[in-house]
Design a protein around this ligand. Structure first.
Ligand code: SAH
Length: 226
């Protein structure tokens, strides 16, 4: 994938030293130190310009391994989290058609879009969704379908999905989402209020095997549209 072709992109990249290959390579080394090992995921993390997903005032912090604000009380996920969740989603094999709940800035969306053939992403805050769509289109990413919708209900007219990634935390796994997994499909989702855990859920017929991966810290999955 080539970046840097659109006028917006050229403008945002101009004079920004933090886009250097060395800065991104440092981030990738940090991800590896934290246990991320999937070669394609590391490659995509190294090639994705995270500063394009932030306001200019914050873009100098884009390659720190930390969550950052994107407005509307929401955050851009920490690179480690994005890489780890992507790696988990790919670990169950087939991930041809994937649903992402919580588009936010579109950063995780842009990473996933480079890892899977077909991506469906939904967001409850319309201005965030529109901004993310414009950014990804400006980057030349064309394999994503966008929807302003409530992730608790999932995307019934596009199911089943080989993978579902949720980037905000509900108190419990939403049942509707679970049933939109394909046979053998897997969902990566943070769950819990107060204390949260990242879960990997794998569907086998009517059974959903739950694996607790690690502690997590996400904004809450909220009901309804905004
Ligand atoms: N992955 C994003 C970060 C997302 S923060 C990024 O890389 O920028 C979580 C996002 O989930 C927020 O944008 C929030 O508005 C959205 N969200 C919360 N509840 C939701 C719901 N029920 N349906 C869809 N999106 C939701």
């Amino acid at each position: 994938m080539r970046f840097g072709q659109s006028p917006v992109d050229r403008h945002q990249r101009a004079g920004i030293g933090m886009t250097s290959a060395r800065t991104r390579q440092r981030l990738v080394s940090q991800l590896q130190e934290n246990g991320v090992s999937h070669p394609r995921v590391l490659e995509v993390m190294a090639n994705t310009p995270r500063h394009l997903f932030l306001d200019q005032a914050l873009s100098h912090r884009a390659y720190e391994d930390t969550a950052l604000p994107i407005g509307h009380n929401q955050t851009l996920s920490r690179p480690y989290t994005v890489a780890r969740m992507s790696e988990l989603l790919l670990s169950s094999g087939k991930a041809e058609k994937v649903l992402e709940v919580g588009t936010g800035s579109g950063y995780q969306t842009s990473v996933l879009a480079q890892l899977v053939p077909r991506l469906f992403t939904m967001e409850r805050i319309e201005p965030l969704l529109n901004r993310a769509r414009t950014r990804l289109q400006g980057m030349g990413i064309t394999n994503v379908v966008y929807r302003h919708g409530d992730g608790y209900a999932g995307w019934p007219d596009r199911e089943p999905f080989d993978g579902i990634m949720v980037t905000a935390a509900p108190a419990e796994v939403p049942k509707a989402l679970q049933w939109q997994l394909a046979e053998g499909g897997c969902m990566v989702i943070p769950v819990g209020t107060g204390e949260q855990h990242l879960l990997k859920i794998t569907r086998s017929g009517n059974y959903f095997a739950k694996q607790k991966v690690e502690a997590a810290n996400f904004v809450p999955l909220l009901n309804g549209l905004s």
